[in-house]
Design a binder for this molecule. Structure first.
Ligand code: SAM
Length: 267
């Protein structure tokens, strides 16, 4: 019940990126997310749950699994949960998990696969929405190029609605990305407001696609734009200068999916 409890304090510190980086952990809220994460084999460090749900069969199952895997089960008051999650109406179950990163060297896209590469994505909500959309579109992973917002921040994890556990995440520098691209046998389709090609006319089928999206404020830098195999434009109407990054990513991903799947194959 005490907010001064050292374990509780440690969990609260996860709202700070430095602490997440040091401990290589993050927090996910909600019973469904915790169940999904456990199913997907994510390492759970602590399961935090409110006293009033402690006898719920699914919570008991999660707690048993947590302890069996060497984690800690922590029964707390709603006040503590509200404080940990920084919410007035907190979820009754919260999991603390080990971050999972995929190394770019291990990314070897095969035919029919699509990855999203994001140049210096800044906004946590955009990143979370993109991870969720990549999951829904059947993409194989999200590659964060350059200094990016943290996919394991509370805000991003919330926006992914659980897809943070399903979509492999990679982080890399521009130089390493460009070096990897040379030998990966992929087609980099970069979206650009000055793109020469209508996004609907591109060949997304003959090679695995890396869909490259530019930074929210400044768009794609020349270095990345020049290394792309195609510069795609989504034709717009109206007066808006551009689409929101996550919306543009969604439009592109489902266009790629449309090219890859026949109607029979779509869910
Ligand atoms: N001021 C920025 C610029 O000049 O590029 C706007 C960036 S936009 C908000 C973020 C990213 O979404 C762009 O870099 C691009 O990758 C993508 N995007 C947005 N609208 C687009 C469009 N109509 N065609 C192609 N890409 C678009």
């Amino acid at each position: 019940t005490s907010l001064a409890n050292p374990i509780v304090k440690d969990i609260k510190a996860l709202s700070d990126k430095k602490h997440r980086d040091e401990t290589k952990s993050f927090m996910a809220e909600g019973l469904k997310l915790v169940i999904d994460a456990l199913e997907l084999g994510f390492e759970i460090r602590t399961l935090v749950y409110a006293k009033n749900v402690k006898d719920k069969p699914q919570v008991v199952q999660c707690a048993t699994k947590t302890v069996a895997r060497g984690g800690l089960g922590l029964e707390v008051s709603e006040k503590v949960l509200a404080s940990i999650t920084r919410r007035d109406n907190p979820q009754m179950v919260v999991g603390i998990f080990t971050q999972r990163w995929t190394n770019l060297r291990d990314v070897r896209p095969g035919n029919g696969e699509t990855y999203v590469a994001l140049d210096r994505v800044r906004d946590p909500g955009n990143l979370g929405t993109i991870i969720r959309t990549a999951d829904a579109a059947g993409a194989s992973g999200v590659i964060l190029v350059g200094e990016s917002t943290d996919p394991f921040s509370m805000e991003t994890v919330r926006a992914t609605m659980g897809s943070v556990f399903a979509v492999p995440l990679v982080r890399t520098s521009v130089a390493d990305f460009l070096a990897w691209k040379k030998g990966a046998g992929v087609r980099v389709v970069a979206t650009h407001l000055a793109g020469a090609v209508d996004y609907r006319t591109i060949d997304y089928k003959t090679k695995p696609v890396i869909l490259m999206m530019g930074n929210e404020q400044s768009g794609l830098p020349d270095e990345l734009a020049q290394a792309a195999d195609k510069l795609a434009r989504i034709p717009q109407g109206g007066r808006a200068d551009s689409l929101n990054l996550a919306v543009a990513t969604g439009v592109m991903l489902f266009e790629v999916r449309r090219h890859l799947l026949t109607l029979d194959g779509a869910k």
